[in-house]
Design a protein around this ligand. Structure first.
Ligand code: AMP
Ligand code: ZN
Length: 140
């Protein structure tokens, strides 16, 4: 897609700090890192979200994430890492070219990504039931 920043990066038409690539996947540094080394893993071809990605490509992105994560531990002494993916506007997706964030983490770095809550009595089982029904309909 001509107007997609990540397509332009994948095509070499926009600069990026590349860290790894395969024929179909590119890993490069996020321009606004949570921590130094925060890396984005993208398919070179355009897909809007995870729901559009072919299974094989999703698997390859996962493999690249794992290599990048290992490199973050070795080269930048990250003690852990988060893999994140924002899908659709409600989840904070800004660039609609599917991408995974690999975020290096350090002990006591003070980051808490998601505040957690509690179910009201009985709701947990109802929510599980609705999801099971949807999954059965999809044949997933
Ligand atoms: P999101 O769609 O919310 O997952 O966020 C998109 C991510 O892409 C943000 O973390 C941005 O900092 C990053 N980003 C946007 N443009 C560039 C760019 N030209 N080079 C590197 N990272 C970018
Ligand atoms: Zn794109």
């Amino acid at each position: 897609m001509a107007d997609c920043i990540f397509c332009r990066i994948a095509a070499g038409q926009e600069p990026c700090v590349r860290v790894w690539e395969t024929d179909r996947v590119l890993a490069f540094l996020d321009i606004a890192p949570v921590h130094y080394g925060h890396t984005l893993v993208i398919p070179k071809a355009h897909y809007d979200t995870l729901l559009d990605l072919p299974d094989e490509l999703w698997l390859e992105m996962g493999r690249v994430c794992r290599r990048v994560a290992q490199a973050l531990r070795e080269a930048l002494f990250a003690r852990g890492f988060n893999i994140g993916m924002n899908n659709f506007e409600a989840a904070g997706q800004v660039v609609f070219h599917a991408h995974l964030h690999v975020i290096p983490r350090f002990l006591s770095d003070g980051l808490h990504f998601f505040p957690q809550g509690r179910y009201l009595p009985g709701d947990m089982e109802k929510v599980g039931q609705r999801l099971r029904e949807a999954l059965a309909r999809e044949g997933a």
